[in-house]
Write a protein that binds this ligand. Structure first.
Ligand code: SF4
Ligand code: SF4
Length: 315
């Protein structure tokens, strides 16, 4: 049976579908969005995060790196871009300062690990497969199949830029699809994510057809300042949803920009284009929801996540 490259497992998640869920994050994404709040999920290769505040300066990692690719400098640690992700530095470090991301896992073993959480799922919860882009890994269809036959509620969080045949096979074992629609305009989509949205919109039609036959489809739009937060973009996405079969979309979530991931970029030795950008104002998120509601494209539209605290706000 196939293996997959696992990034992480998040337990007790309440934001990746109904009920309490276990979310498995897979490594690798075909898009390259500058606002990504999981930068360690973009590359398909194993990577190492370095947490400088934990380092005690023992130089153990420097000695074990087979590439001699680690240097300790006054300003911090530098890792060679040729890093092969062997994780020798992670095993050697006595302080847990190196954190390896991207472990190859056999699909059956991963399924066994996920099903252990069944006790807290209740009647609504289950497993969500996310990423990166979970469906870029062939083994995800096998994983969904095993989970479905084990009686688990399965949700698939996808960016939609995936092989159409694999998506169709995955839908047979999926209860709920969380489908990202970031930008309606194909040119802007290419400029900001690296790919056109043509494949994404084609695959959306497949998922919508599946949804009207008994599946469930939630749309998710990250609301990113200066990128996806315009009225034109929200109206454009609403028009796309309105062109889908009646009743296909159960919910549309406008996911507020999250600025908590700056430390992750630093740990990877990367700069982040959104460093220092504050959370969005609640009034703006509510205005976008009101605009979307006027279009009658979906019966349930809401914003999710956190907004700026103001005198009249508790979010
Ligand atoms: S993961 Fe391996 S190659 Fe990469 S820095 Fe650590 S020891 Fe070196
Ligand atoms: S092994 Fe860990 S504690 Fe020692 S220098 Fe490397 S990162 Fe720092």
């Amino acid at each position: 049976m196939a293996s997959v490259v696992l990034l992480d497992i998040q337990r007790m998640s309440s934001e990746d579908g109904p009920g309490l869920r276990t979310t498995a994050f897979l490594k690798g994404c075909p898009l390259n969005c500058p606002w990504c709040h999981n930068p360690e999920s973009i590359s398909f290769k194993p990577q190492v995060l370095w947490h400088g505040t934990r380092c005690i300066g023992c130089a153990g990692c420097v000695k074990v790196c087979p590439l001699h690719g680690i240097e300790l400098k006054p300003g911090g640690l530098e890792r060679s871009s040729a890093c092969i992700g062997c994780f020798a530095c992670c095993e050697e470090c006595p302080a847990g300062a190196h954190e390896g991301k991207g472990h190859e896992t056999e699909v059956k073993a991963l399924a066994r690990q996920l099903v252990k959480d069944r006790a807290y799922w209740g009647k609504d919860g289950g497993v969500t497969l996310s990423g990166g882009e979970a469906l870029m890994q062939e083994g995800m269809v096998d994983l969904l199949c095993i989970l479905k036959f084990a009686g688990v509620h399965t949700a698939l969080d996808t960016c939609g830029f995936v092989p159409a045949a694999r998506l169709e096979r995955a839908l047979a074992y999926t209860d709920l699809v969380l489908y990202d629609l970031k930008l309606a305009d194909p040119v802007e989509h290419k400029e900001l994510t690296g790919v056109s949205n043509a494949v994404i919109l084609d695959n959306l039609k497949t998922v919508a057809a599946w949804a009207v036959k008994g599946g469930r489809l939630w749309i998710r739009t990250p609301i990113i300042p200066g990128a996806t937060d315009s009225a034109a973009n929200i109206s454009g996405i609403a028009a796309i949803l309105n062109a889908l079969p009646e009743g296909a979309v159960e919910r549309w979530e406008l996911c507020a920009f999250n600025n908590l991931c700056g430390a992750k970029y630093k740990s990877l030795g990367l700069s982040w284009a959104y460093e220092g950008i504050p959370l969005m104002e609640k009034a703006m998120l509510e205005a976008l929801v009101a605009l979307a509601e006027q279009t009658d494209c979906c019966p349930n539209i809401r914003w999710t996540g956190a907004a700026q605290r103001t005198a009249d706000s508790t979010s």
